[in-house]
Design a protein around this ligand. Structure first.
Ligand SMILES: Cc1ncc(C[n+]2csc(CCOP(=O)(O)OP(=O)(O)O)c2C)c(N)n1
Ligand SMILES: [Mg+2]
Length: 582
C-alpha cells in the first residue's frame, strides 16, 4: 500500500548533520520500524523540522502516522506487532500525551509487546537557549518524574541528556524491548536536546546490540519430557497462543500423536483449532483435578485457584518467555519445572525432546478416543448453544458462529473485546484471533485491528467489541485513522446497551444479594444507546444496523464485499441480548 510520506521538497546535496528529531526517525528505520504512531504537540517542533530536514536529505524514514488519540496510537502498535512480529514505535506529547497512552502501555506490558514508547519533555530552560519554553504550558507540563507514569510497565527507561546519545540509546532500547520476555520501553525526549543536530552517519548506523533470547535449560527440558511421556492424566493449558505458524502446526500434530488434551482457558490467542480432537474447550477444572502432569503454556492465570483443586502429586511445568511472570507481584500457581524461552522456540524444543509416542500404545489410543469424544460433544453443544441465539436481539455466540462461517477459507483475523467469543468462531489458524490482554484496558480492540490491517493489508480484519468497549476506543479517532490510511477494517459493535460484564460481576459475586434481583443494576446501563452508525458515517464508513440473527449472515457478506472490493471501512451495529450472569 502506498502512503503519503514524502514531504515534497527537493533533496539537497551532501548531508552532514541532521537535527536530533530527524535522526530519531532515521534511526528507527534502521531498527526495522516502518511506522511511527504519533500524537504531536508543542514538544514536536524539532521532530517535525527534523523530519522535513531528513526527508530533504533523502534519508530513509518510517512513515509518521497521525493518531488523534494516544490510546489509539498504542493500540495500533500493539495490533501491528501481533500480526507482524516487528517491534513498534509510538511518539507522544509530554506528560499529558503519555498519561493518555499509559493504559495502552499497561496493555502492551501485559501482552509482552515490544514497543518503543517515547514522549517529549517540556523544555527545562525558561530562556536563553534554543528550544526553551515559549508558552505557559512549558511550566504547566513540567513534572518531577514524568517517567513515573509508565515506569512500572517499562522494561527500561531513560531521559535523553545529549543529542549524540540518541542513536545508541535507541539501539539499546530496541534490543531490550525485543529480549525475552519482550515488552515496552520508554524514552523521554527533552525539547532543547532534540533541537541540536547530530552527524547524519551516526543516525543511520546499524545497531551493534542484538536482543538477548533465552532458551530452556537442557536438564529441565529432559525432565519435563520424561514426565510428559510417562503421564497417565496429562493436561495442557494454553492461553496466549503458541507463537508462530510452525509451532501451531507442530503443536497440533504433537498433541494428536500423544493424545494430550488441550484447554484454552480464557485464551486471548488461538493455540489449537477448536475442531482439533484434543481441544477440550475453555474449562480445565475436571481434568485438572485428576491430572498428574500439567503443562502450562505462557499462561498468566492458567486456572481459577478458588474453583480448582490439584492432586498433591501433580507436577506443573510452566513454559513461556517468563514462566514465573516476574513482574506480577502475586501469582502462586505451582511451577515445579520452568522452561523459559520464546513460546514458539521453547515449545518446539520440548516437542522434539519428547519425540514420538511408542507404537501401538493402548493407553494413548484410549485417551485419544476419550478426549475426541469429549471434544466432539463439546463442539456440538457449542454449536447448538450458538444457533439457539439467532433471534432478535441475538447472542454474541450467534454472531461468532455467523462470523466464523463467513470467513471460512479466507485469511482473516478477529479481534475480540467483549465482542465475538472464540469458541463458536471455529478458527483454524495461528494469528486468526486476538483478545484484549488481561490488563483489560478497554478501548484496545478497535485500534489493534487498525494496526493489524496496516501490517497486513490483504488480511480481512474484524474489530468485534461490546458497545462499551467501542466507546472506550475513542471511536471518532479510530474511524478517522481508518479513513486516512484507507484501512478497510470491519467493526462489529455487539450492542447490548450496557456494560454486561460489570453487571455479571456484581451478580456473580453477590449471588444471593440484591444485584441479581434488581430491575436496573446501577452503574451498568448505557441507555440511551447512541446511534453508532452515525459515528462511523462521519468518516464515510459503510454501515448497517442488524436487529435480528437471521439478517446477520447476509449483512456480514455485504460488509466483507465492501471492505474487500471498495477497501472501505465498515461498521455493523448489532443488537445483542442481555443475558444472565455467566
Ligand atoms: C479502561 C477501562 N475502564 C473500565 C473497565 C471496567 N470494565 C470491564 S468490562 C466493562 C464493560 C464492557 O462493556 P461492553 O464492551 O459493552 O461489553 P459487555 O460487557 O456489555 O458485553 C468495563 C466498564 C476496563 N476494563 N477498562
Ligand atoms: Mg455492552
Amino acid at each position: 500500500m502506498t502512503r503519503k510520506t514524502a514531504i515534497d521538497i527537493a533533496p539537497v546535496a551532501e548531508p552532514t548533520e541532521v537535527a536530533a528529531g530527524g535522526a530519531l526517525f532515521s534511526k528507527l528505520k534502521t531498527l526495522g520500524v516502518d511506522y511511527v504512531f504519533a500524537n504531536s504537540g508543542t514538544d514536536f517542533p524539532p521532530i517535525i523540522e527534523g523530519l522535513i530536514d531528513a526527508t530533504r536529505k533523502g534519508i530513509d524514514l518510517p512513515t509518521p502516522v497521525t493518531c488523534p488519540h494516544e490510546h489509539a496510537a498504542l493500540g495500533m502498535a500493539h495490533g501491528y506487532y501481533l500480526v507482524s512480529g516487528q517491534m513498534q514505535a509510538v511518539l507522544l506529547h509530554t506528560n499529558v500525551g503519555l498519561s493518555n497512552g499509559a493504559t495502552g502501555a499497561i496493555n502492551a506490558a501485559c501482552d509482552q509487546i515490544p514497543v518503543l514508547i517515547m514522549s517529549g519533555r517540556t523544555p527545562v530552560m525558561e530562556k536563553d537557549r534554543f528550544g526553551a519554553r515559549t508558552v505557559p504550558i512549558g511550566w504547566g507540563q513540567e513534572m518531577y518524574d514524568q517517567t513515573a507514569l509508565v515506569r512500572e510497565v517499562s522494561k527500561w527507561e531513560y531521559e535523553l541528556r545529549f543529542p549524540e546519545q540518541l542513536p545508541e540509546l535507541l539501539d539499546r532500547a530496541a534490543a531490550i524491548a525485543n529480549s525475552t520476555p519482550r515488552g515496552p520501553v520508554y524514552l523521554s525526549l527533552p525539547r532543547e536536546v532534540l533541537c541540536e543536530p547530530i552527524p547524519t552517519e551516526q543516525a543511520g548506523a546499524p545497531a551493534r546490540m542484538q536482543p538477548a533470547d533465552v532458551a530452556p535449560n537442557r536438564a529441565a527440558l529432559t525432565q519435563a519430557a520424561q514426565l510428559l511421556r510417562a503421564a497417565e492424566h496429562p493436561l495442557i493449558i494454553s492461553q496466549r497462543g503458541v507463537g508462530s505458524d510452525a509451532a501451531f502446526e507442530a503443536f497440533a500434530g504433537f498433541v494428536d500423536d500423544w493424545a494430550f488434551p488441550v484447554c484454552q482457558y480464557w485464551a486471548n490467542q488461538l493455540s489449537l483449532s477448536n475442531r482439533h480432537p484434543m481441544s477440550i474447550g475453555p474449562d480445565p477444572a475436571d481434568l485438572l483435578a485428576e491430572a498428574d502432569v500439567v503443562l502450562v503454556i505462557n499462561a498468566l492465570a492458567p486456572w481459577w485457584p478458588d474453583g480448582t483443586t490439584l492432586r498433591d502429586d501433580a507436577t506443573v511445568i510452566q513454559l513461556g518467555p517468563d514462566p514465573l511472570f516476574s513482574r506480577t507481584p502475586v501469582r502462586n500457581f505451582p511451577a515445579d519445572i520452568c522452561l523459559a524461552g520464546e513460546t514458539s522456540d521453547a515449545l518446539i524444543a520440548l516437542i522434539e525432546e519428547i519425540g514420538t509416542p511408542p507404537a501401538g500404545s493402548e493407553a494413548i489410543s484410549r485417551r485419544h478416543r476419550h478426549m475426541s469424544a469429549r471434544s466432539e460433544a463439546r463442539r456440538a453443544a457449542a454449536l447448538e448453544h450458538a444457533t439457539s441465539g439467532s433471534g432478535g436481539p441475538m447472542t454474541k455466540e450467534w454472531v461468532s458462529h455467523c462470523l466464523g462461517q463467513a470467513i471460512k477459507g479466507r485469511k482473516a483475523t478477529v479481534f475480540h473485546e467483549l465482542g465475538a467469543p472464540m469458541e463458536p468462531l471455529d478458527l483454524e489458524h495461528h494469528n486468526s484471533y486476538f483478545q484484549e490482554p488481561y490488563s483489560g484496558g478497554l478501548g484496545w480492540g478497535f485500534p489493534a485491528a487498525l494496526g493489524a490491517q496496516l501490517a497486513d493489508p490483504d488480511r480481512l480484519v474484524f474489530a468485534t467489541m461490546g458497545d462499551g468497549s467501542y466507546m472506550f476506543a475513542n471511536p471518532t479517532a479510530c474511524h478517522q485513522i481508518a479513513e486516512a490510511l484507507a484501512l478497510p477494517v470491519i467493526t462489529l459493535v455487539l450492542n447490548n446497551e450496557e456494560w454486561a460484564a460489570v453487571r455479571h460481576s456484581a451478580e456473580g459475586l453477590y449471588k444471593d444479594g440484591l444485584a441479581p434481583k434488581a430491575n436496573e443494576v446501577p452503574l451498568t446501563s448505557l441507555r440511551p444507546s447512541p446511534d453508532f452508525t452515525k459515528t462511523a458515517e462521519a468518516s464515510r464508513a459503510y454501515t448497517e444496523t442488524v436487529l435480528t440473527g437471521d439478517a446477520l449472515p447476509a449483512a456480514l457478506e455485504r460488509a466483507i464485499d465492501v471492505a474487500t472490493r471498495d477497501r472501505r471501512q465498515v461498521l455493523l451495529n448489532i443488537a445483542i441480548q442481555r443475558t444472565g450472569a455467566a
